[in-house]
Ligand binder design. Structure first.
Ligand code: NCD
Length: 313
């Protein structure tokens, strides 16, 4: 089989086709067995974790994945801790990490930083979030969770609720959905938080059916998946705009009273107040399971990028 992952940068989920994503899913399923033990196939590899912006799950699941595979990590979170605070350029920081490590995972508040890093680095660069643009490994994880929990992505009805304007996870999920054939996508948000024009164009170009919805009650009955994101406060250029929309949606037990028995609720996390904690104990809540799948998924991703998949089976 052609190796679509070996040595590749992961900047956008659309760098990969459906076959590559399915290969990743199949290996993730195998990695679930090893995600609480150890599989020493990357002992000679070092992964750099360059987080210029805060992160909990993405950074720690990459770190856990690397350690479960026998590899090691170096890295930082926050600019204060490194020489960027002394005036060092991102380019110099990346050059140095590239000389220490075998791959770089990078998160930054500026759009395009991962792509810029990939132009500088010789080793693979994985985008762990660049501003409002992309978070490809989160989208891979979101799609894996749907595939794993529902058995398929084709034919399903997906509601995406929340800050669809600034959330990079939403853009990457929408891109990822275009690799499959969901029956319908509902974009549920106040008008001020609808996806940007260029994101809607992705759906249109792929010929996927979508509609804008303001009130989730109108569509809750139809949904197979409800994907919720927090309002991305830090990305609002204007606090007045933020104040106007904050707290404009919240999923409660009441919201779910007419939903399908099989509905699953996903959230990339962190959540603020958009899902009532009472929902956590319903059969619909899958967001913590989704976060847990982050380890086997990133184990599979690293294995494929380093070309060690033959050592797994
Ligand atoms: C997301 C992010 O950083 O974009 N977090 C994550 O990686 N799970 C979502 C968010 O911050 O809302």
């Amino acid at each position: 089989m052609e190796r679509c992952w070996l040595g590749r940068d992961v900047l956008s989920i659309l760098d990969f086709d459906r076959k590559c994503i399915e290969e990743l899913f199949n290996l993730t399923l195998i990695m679930e067995k090893y995600s609480r033990t150890r599989l020493n196939i990357l002992e000679d590899k070092v992964l750099a974790l360059a987080f210029f912006e805060p992160s909990t799950r993405t950074r720690l699941s990459f770190e856990t994945a690397m350690k479960r595979l026998g590899g090691s990590t170096i890295g930082f979170t926050g600019e204060e801790a490194i020489s960027v605070s002394k005036g060092e350029s991102i380019a110099d920081t990346v050059r140095m990490l590239d000389s220490y490590a075998d791959a770089i995972v990078i998160r930054h508040s500026l759009e395009g930083v991962a792509k810029y890093a990939a132009e500088i680095a010789n080793n693979p660069v994985i985008n762990a979030g660049d501003g409002t643009q992309n978070h490809p490994t989160q989208a891979m994880l979101d799609l894996y969770t749907i595939w794993r929990e529902l058995g398929e992505i084709d034919g399903i009805c997906v509601g995406i609720l929340g800050d669809l304007k600034y959330a990079r996870t939403v853009k990457s999920l929408i891109e990822g959905l275009t690799l499959f054939r969901p029956s319908k996508i509902y974009l549920i948000s106040p008008p001020a938080l609808r996806p940007r024009r260029e994101v809607l164009a992705i759906l249109e170009n792929a010929g996927l059916k979508y509609s804008h919805v303001e009130n989730i009650d109108e569509v809750i009955r139809e949904l197979d998946v409800l994907y919720v994101v927090r309002i991305q406060k830090e990305r609002f250029p204007d606090v007045v705009e933020y104040e106007r929309v904050k707290g404009s949606y919240r999923i409660t037990l009441e919201t779910l009273k007419n939903c399908k028995d099989t509905l699953i609720i996903l959230h990339p996390l962190p959540r603020v107040d958009e899902i009532d904690p009472q929902v956590d104990s319903t059969r619909h809540a899958r967001y913590f399971k989704q976060a847990a799948y982050g380890v086997p998924l990133r184990m599979a991703l690293l294995t494929l990028i380093f070309g060690r998949e033959d050592k797994v089976r």
